[in-house]
Ligand binder design. Sequence first.
Ligand SMILES: Nc1ncnc2c1ncn2[C@@H]1O[C@H](COP(=O)(O)OP(=O)(O)OP(=O)(O)O)[C@@H](O)[C@H]1O
Length: 593
Amino acid sequence: PDARQGKRRRVDGGDADAGADAGGPGAEREPGPRRGLPAWPVGTLTPWRLLCRAGRSQEAIEERSASPEAPAAPVGRLPEAASEPAGPGPVLGGLARRRAPKVQPFLPVWLANPSCVKKNVTEDLVPIEDIPEVHPDLQRQLKAHGISAYFPVQAAVIPALLESAADGFLVGRGGYQPSDLCVSAPTGSGKTLAFVIPVVQALLHRVVCHVRALIVLPTKELAQQVSKVFNIYTDATPLRVALVTGQKPLAKEQESLVQKTADGYRCLADIVVATPGRLVDHIDQTQGFSLQQLRFLVVDEADRMIDSMHQSWLPRVMAAAVPSSGPAAPCALLQRWRPAAMTAASTSCPQMPLQKLLFSATLTQNPEKLQRLGLYQPRLFSTQLPHRDPGDAKDPEGKYAFPAGLMHRYVPCSLSAKPLAVIHLVLGMHLSRALCFTNSRENAHRLFLLVQAFGGVSVAEFSSCYGPGHRRKILKQFEQGKIQLLISTDATARGIDVPGVELVINYDAPQYLRTYVHRVGRTARAGKTGQAFTLLLKVQERRFLRMLAEAGAPELARHEVPSKLLQPLVPRYEEALSQLERTVKEEYRQKVA
Ligand SMILES: Nc1ncnc2c1ncn2[C@@H]1O[C@H](COP(=O)(O)OP(=O)(O)OP(=O)(O)O)[C@@H](O)[C@H]1O
C-alpha cells in the first residue's frame, strides 16, 4: 500500500518526499500544496485521496474555502459529492505548510508483549525433574552431560515447543498450525539446547525417515557445532543427523542425505543442519532430497540470517516444503498449505504443520524485517522488555542483554600502542584462552605475525583466508587449550562456544552494537565470568561509547594501561616489528612470484 500511495502522490503531482518517513496513513502527514504549485482540481482526485482528504479536519477545509484564491468548497459535504466540472475547482487542504506530526513507531502485539524469560543463568535455574514433559531418556542424556537444571530460556521454550507437538509431530494441537516462535536471549544462555531437546523429542517416535527438521546457520563452524549437539542427543535413537555445509564434496553430502532404491529414493536424514548456500545446492541438485515432510525450520542467529535473505534461501526452502500448486493428493488425510489467515476451509482438514523457530542474542524487533520470514501467529520469548525509545536514558532495559558474569571495559590507546596493549593484557593476566577480534583479515594476520615474533604466547589466527579444514583444526586446538591467544576476524564472533574463554579483546572497535554483543559474548558463557576489553583510539571513544549508551548497554569502565607498564616490553616489541617487516616483505615477494 505504501508503494501505491507514493506512486499516486507522484501521479497527482504531490510532494513525493512527503511520506518518506511514513509509518501510517500518508494523508495525516502530508503537507498541504506548496505555494506556486497548481491547486488540486476535485476532478483529478482519486477516491482514495478524497477519502483521506475528507478524513482531514473540517478546519482544513474551512481554511481553504476561506482563501480568496480558492473557490468555496461546500463545507460539510464530502468532496466527491461536489458537482463541479473537472478543471480549476475547490482546493482541499490549507495553504500553510504544516509540520507533519511525528508518527510514533508501534510494535505488533506479539512483539510488544513477549513471554518474559529470566536472564540470570546462575540463579533462575529449573531442575530437570521440574519439566516432566521431557522424555526420561533425554533427561538421562542431559544429566550424563553434566546438565542438572535448565537455564531460564530452556525452561520457557522447551515446554512451549513440546506443547505444540503434544499430539504428535504430524498434526498441530487440535489440527491447527502451531505458532512460530522467536527467541531472544543473551549469548551463552543455552539457546541451542532450547531447540535441540524438543525437536529430538518430537521426532523420537517417527516411523519413516524423512527430513523433518532443518536447522539453518550462517557459518560452517556453527553448523558443525550444532550438529554435534544433535548427535549427542540422538545417539541412542533411530534419528539420523546430516551436516551439509560444503566442507565435504557435494556427492559425499548427497550420500548422507538420500539413497537410490529400486523404486525411487530413500531419505537417510531426519535432521539436516545446513548453511544456506549449500542447502540451496541440495534443493537444486540432489535428486530425491525432499522437504515436503518438514516439521521444524530452525533459524539460528536469526538476525544475521534475515540479513542474508538476499540469497533467497528461505523462499527456496518454502517452495520445497510447501508445493505451490496446493496439496499433491487432495484426498490425503494430512495436507499442507502455505500458512495464511484461518478460514473455515483451511481448518476443515488437519494441517501438517511447519513451524519456524528463530533464535538469536540480538533478534531484531523490526517488524518489517521479521515479516520477511512469513511468520505464522508468532510468539516471542525474550529476556528484554520491548524497547521503547533507544535514546531514553531512563529505559532500564537496554536493547540487548549481556551475560551477568561479563565485566567489560575500554582501554584508551594510541594506534601504535595497540599491539603492545594486547600483549600486555594477555601476558599480564596469565590466561589460558583469550580471543582477540580485528575488523579485517589483514589486521588479524599482521597482529598474529607480530605477537608470534614477540614470543611468550602460543598464538594462532582464524579467518576466511584459511580453508575449513585448517579452521576446524585451529578451533579444536583452541578448545584443547593448546592455543592461548586466538586472533580472529568476526568469523568466530557469533555462536562459537569454546568453554573456558576468559578474555575477549576488541583490537579494532566493532562498528555495530550487534557485533559487539556477539564478540564479547564468547566469554562469560553458561553462567561463568569473563572479561572484555575494547581498545579505543581517542577519535573513536565518543562515538563508540555513545553507541553503547544509546542502546542501553551498561556503561563501560575506563581501563588505563600506564606507559610505565608497557616500557619494559618495548625493546622486544621493536625487534618483533622488524621481524614483522621482513616477514611481510617475504610474503609479498612470494605472492608476486
Ligand atoms: N542447562 C545447562 N546447564 C549447564 N550448561 C548448559 C546448559 N545449557 C547449555 N549449557 C552450556 O552453555 C553453553 C552455551 O550454550 P549455547 O551455545 O547454546 O548458548 P547460546 O545461547 O546459543 O549462545 P550464542 O548466542 O552465543 O550462540 C554451552 O557450552 C552449553 O553446553
